[in-house]
Design a protein around this ligand. Structure first.
Ligand code: ADP
Ligand code: MG
Length: 326
């Protein structure tokens, strides 16, 4: 079994030198540069075996990549440019050496594909469960930081990409089925909308959040922060082909698009006069965006509208780790 320091050396060798990193892995701290005049944006996400993933449902490589992606998604949702990553690892004895190596390759590869550098971390032996704790650092000009509290009545609500596929893949795994590749990939290898996030901030989006807990839950956070309500047109929700196929026999799967979670798409609001700029930004980022509803005056008031114009209240909003009801 490779010892801790040999493993850290392996990680260090997997990471290329990068601009901005005065001192990377190997000392007590990393020393990092920031673009002049920009703010530092910091976010952190835990991935716990048995809570967020199962080792028998994912590969170590995909897990490493996903740990990066979910953190970059938070930076994307602020309109930030991702720059640096820190990785805390709790490794159980039965996590093999090839798996460790694959985890690092997945992590470093995903980071590199977004121009982001792993600059440090901590590595410990864990009793039983594999644990990844990732912190991501990004930068943005202060006036371009896109928060949750800027949505205003009359603006339109948009999402990037498609909804529900990750949750459908997870549901199928839980039911003992093997999801088709198109769905499985959405669950195991989400794509953070990094370029789109920055482009939308520049185009004049007024608020933004990434969808990790489900559309309605994350919309709820945005509505609360902004002090507005919303109506969502359920027939306008963007869905993958494989998701639509499953829905023909099981229309109740729409719930997964509304409340499923782990989409890692961007949910954002736009005043009418910024719409064409935002659509241009989406074209350039090569990520589709879809209008799904509009903002209403009553704070946190949430309505669903179906294709017949029928209004209803949502059944449940989404995932909450400490909730006793959902
Ligand atoms: P210390 O005891 O000073 O915390 P460590 O032995 O834990 O130092 O770490 C040595 C170096 O290796 C540090 O620069 C640390 O940031 C880096 N490091 C440790 N674990 C990881 C990891 N999982 N990923 C990236 N860098 C790591
Ligand atoms: Mg340490």
């Amino acid at each position: 079994m490779l010892d801790e320091f040999a493993f850290i050396e392996q990680i260090r060798r997997a990471v290329d030198a990068a601009p901005g990193v005065s001192l990377g892995i190997g000392d007590d701290c990393a020393a990092l540069e920031l673009p002049p005049g920009e703010q530092l944006l910091v976010t952190s996400d835990l991935l716990l075996e048995g809570v967020h993933f199962r080792r028998d449902w994912t590969t170590a490589f995909d897990l490493g990549a996903k740990a990066v992606a979910v953190n970059l998604s938070d930076l994307a949702a602020m309109g930030a440019r991702p720059a640096y990553l820190v990785l805390g690892l709790g490794l159980p004895n039965d996590f093999s050496e090839p798996d460790r190596q694959a985890l690092i390759e997945g992590f470093v590869g995903e980071a590199a594909s977004f121009g982001v550098t792993l600059v440090g971390g901590d590595t410990c032996r864990a009793q039983q469960f594999l644990t990844l704790a990732v912190t991501a650092f990004g930068t943005a000009a202060a006036e371009k930081v896109l928060r949750r509290d800027g949505a205003r009545v009359g603006e339109r609500i948009f999402v990037s990409g498609t909804l529900g596929s990750s949750a459908l893949a997870l549901q199928q795994l839980q039911d003992g089925r093997l999801p088709v590749a198109e769905l499985a990939r959405r669950h195991h290898r989400p794509t953070p909308r990094v370029v789109l996030g920055q482009a939308l901030a520049a185009a004049g989006a007024t608020s933004m959040i990434d969808i990790s807990d489900g559309l309605l839950a994350d919309l709820g956070h945005l509505l609360k922060a902004s002090g507005v309500g919303a109506e969502i047109c359920t027939s306008d929700l963007p869905l993958d082909v494989a998701f639509r196929r499953e829905m023909t026999d099981s229309p109740e799967l729409l719930q997964l698009a509304l409340a499923g979670g782990e989409d890692y798409e961007l949910l954002f609001t736009l005043p009418a006069e910024k719409e064409s700029l935002a659509r241009q930004a989406a074209l350039e980022a090569a990520v589709p965006i879809t209008e799904i509803g509009r903002l209403l005056p009553a704070p946190e008031d949430l309505w669903l509208v179906d294709s017949h114009g029928q209004r209803s209240r949502p059944l449940r909003r989404g995932f909450n780790h400490f909730s006793t009801t959902s």
